[in-house]
Write a protein that binds this ligand. Structure first.
Ligand code: CP
Length: 337
């Protein structure tokens, strides 16, 4: 029996489902090569760039005996229109209403990456591309990072915390904002913080004034923390946030208070260059505290070399775990025991 019809978010994956995925990820980590997906095809649609997600899914499918194809709409393939009723006299030549049913005849499972539009929080929380794709799909759909979620990254991060034997209950997880020259989507920050809350950890979101999570996301995190017995606070006090921390997870995101207004957001962000993580950030933390980041990362802008190249960094392990957890997701969505 299949555990997952689609893999959109950890939020709609039951507790038992997450534990089963993590157990399968450990199995495939120990026994990486098999032929269980022989004859099966994974379609990968990237509306935005990738290094890890694209290569780890293709490698994982190959290691399980299956195959994959990659589409990059608007680059090597026709640009896509998402809106129902659109008059398609612009750049996009292909509508998802045809593209998805067509691809579902070729692939057994489809992964789609579609970042936030960044114009309106309301629009991005509605996940317009992922929703349109799902509504026209006849095969399982995997979220390869959407407007406000990145469940494959969150599951790999959960496994990384398990590998490190960092506790759920009583584990102190700090998600910190960092400076970045461009306004970035909320997806990874949302996925990582929701994952930590779901894992039962004490989550602190450390961010400058003006970067508080929007109510839609805060509510999602509170609800996950309530279910698991975790906790969630936000602060701009670095010392208080880092006190006793097991984990510092770093990500930049655009100011929700200035969403869709890049000029005022850039003015708010410009003086915040000192939000670049160096070793001094860890002084109030546990001596064994680890550093996490989803990658890619801008060295010496978001985080100093001394941290990325030092003993706290788990960024390579996190990326390695993408392979194992995604193989588990493929096996579960394709119903392979
Ligand atoms: N972390 C992550 O998703 O990496 P890519 O953007 O390279 O896929």
């Amino acid at each position: 029996m299949k555990l997952l019809p689609h893999f959109s978010s950890l939020v709609d994956t039951p507790d038992g489902g997450i534990q089963r995925l993590l157990a399968r990820a450990l199995e495939v980590e120990r026994n990486p090569i098999s032929e269980v997906l022989r004859g099966r095809v994974l379609g990968l649609v990237f509306l935005n760039p990738s290094l890890r997600t694209l290569s780890s899914f293709q490698a994982g499918m190959a290691q399980l005996g299956g195959s994959s194809f990659v589409l990059t709409p608007g680059q090597a393939t026709w640009g896509w229109e998402i809106r129902d009723g659109a008059v398609m006299d612009g750049i996009a030549a292909e509508h998802v209403r045809e593209a998805i049913p067509v691809l579902c005849q070729y692939a057994d499972v489809l992964g789609v990456r579609a970042f936030a539009g960044g114009r309106s929080l309301e629009e991005d929380f509605a996940e317009p591309v992922l929703s349109a794709v799902r509504s026209h799909a006849t095969k399982p759909i995997l979220n390869l990072e959407s407007a406000v979620d990145h469940p494959c990254q969150a599951l790999a991060d959960w496994k990384t915390l398990d590998d490190e034997q960092i506790p759920g209950k009583g584990g102190r997880f700090v998600l910190s904002w960092a400076y970045h020259p461009k306004p970035l989507p909320l997806a990874v920050a949302a996925a990582a913080s929701t994952m930590a809350a779901r894992r039962g950890m004490d989550l602190t979101v450390l961010r400058p004034e003006g970067y508080a999570f929007p109510p839609e996301l805060a509510q999602r995190i509170r609800s996950e923390a309530k279910k698991s017995g975790g906790s969630y606070v936000e602060t701009s006090d670095r010392r208080a946030a880092m006190d006793g921390a097991h984990v510092l997870y770093v990500k930049s995101w655009q100011s929700p208070a200035h969403y869709g207004d890049p000029t005022s957001e850039a003015a708010l962000r410009a003086p915040l260059r000192d939000w670049c993580i160096d070793e001094s950030w860890f002084r109030p933390a546990r001596p064994t505290a680890i550093f996490m980041h989803c990658l890619p990362v801008r060295r010496n802008v978001k985080v100093r070399d001394e941290v990325l190249d030092g003993p706290r960094s788990r960024v390579i392990r996190q990326a390695g775990n993408r392979l194992h957890v995604q193989k588990a997701v493929l096996l579960e969505t394709l119903g392979v025991r």
